[in-house]
Design a protein around this ligand. Structure first.
Ligand code: HEC
Ligand code: HEC
Length: 203
């Protein structure tokens, strides 16, 4: 071990040791916290996760480098054809030689199995993964500012209402089944879920 590595290790151990003490010092009840009402909140969460885990959303929200082709329109579930990936720069826009926007324009192809389109089509960051994640896992992710782009739940809700890539999920082009409900209904479900303390399912 180098001196630097040893110092870093010591610092981490100190931090780890310090945190439980910190937690005990914190007040037991946070006056600003919203009381969690699971009975009200969980039915709202069920509506939200039905959207987030739908193929129109999850096909772009993957942990690895490969968008998916899944849902009734695609027949079988598979990795996106044409050997495309997140991109060597990690941007989600694909490799320099073959950007997503070479095929995905700002609106849908009118042809069945033609490329769908919305402005600045690119893959969601890996930490925002919903593909094949459980309801509880998606719930934990969406509430975590470290993994949701630093958003409050209000900001998550307005992103769903206003973002063009999200909006595409309800007008996905010929033959593709849209996400359930609408962007506005999902926005309102997120607001009601947050007002009920944003409960997550147990598993
Ligand atoms: C073409 C790819 C693509 C599709 C399709 C897509 N997203 Fe995203 N999504 C992204 C990208 C890229 C980001 C990161 C944007 C940012 O942080 O500013 C993102 C971020 C998000 C976020 C905020 C971060 C988070 O995880 O909390 C939400 C909420 C979201 N998307 C919802 C949806 C919903 C709902 C659908 C389907 C109706 C959808 N997205 C479909 C690419 C996509
Ligand atoms: C060579 C052209 C091409 C490139 C480059 C390309 N795509 Fe696609 N993509 C397509 C076509 C065509 C389809 C639709 C296939 C179909 O409907 O059977 C598609 C479909 C998709 C879907 C499925 C949408 C859904 O839910 O129905 C996603 C997600 C997607 N592409 C993401 C990306 C991302 C992200 C990139 C860049 C990293 C990218 N694509 C690059 C041609 C391309």
């Amino acid at each position: 071990m180098t001196v630097l590595a040893r110092l870093l290790t010591a610092a981490v151990i100190t931090m780890l040791a310090a945190s439980p003490v910190h937690a005990q010092d914190a007040p037991a009840v946070d006056d600003d916290a919203i009381a969690v009402d699971r009975e009200k909140g969980l039915p709202e969460w069920d509506k939200i996760v039905a959207v987030l885990s739908h193929p129109r959303c999850a096909n772009c929200h993957v942990e690895d480098a490969y968008p998916r082709w899944s849902g009734a329109h695609y027949g079988t579930t598979r990795i996106h054809a044409f050997n495309i990936s997140r991109g060597e720069d990690g941007s989600g826009f694909g490799n320099a030689a073959l950007r997503c926007t070479s095929c995905h324009f700002s609106s849908n192809s009118s042809k069945l199995h033609g490329p769908p389109g919305a402005p600045l089509w690119h893959l969601a960051p890996a930490e925002m993964a919903w593909w094949q994640k459980s309801s509880a896992e998606i719930c934990a992710q969406i509430k975590d500012p470290e993994r949701n782009g630093g958003r409050t739940l209000d900001e998550v809700a307005t992103h769903v209402r206003d973002d063009p890539l999200v909006g595409w999920g309800w007008v996905p082009g010929p033959g593709r089944e849209p996400a359930p409900g609408s962007a506005d209904e999902t926005f309102r479900a997120i607001e009601r879920w947050a007002a009920a303390g944003a409960p997550c399912p147990a598993d």
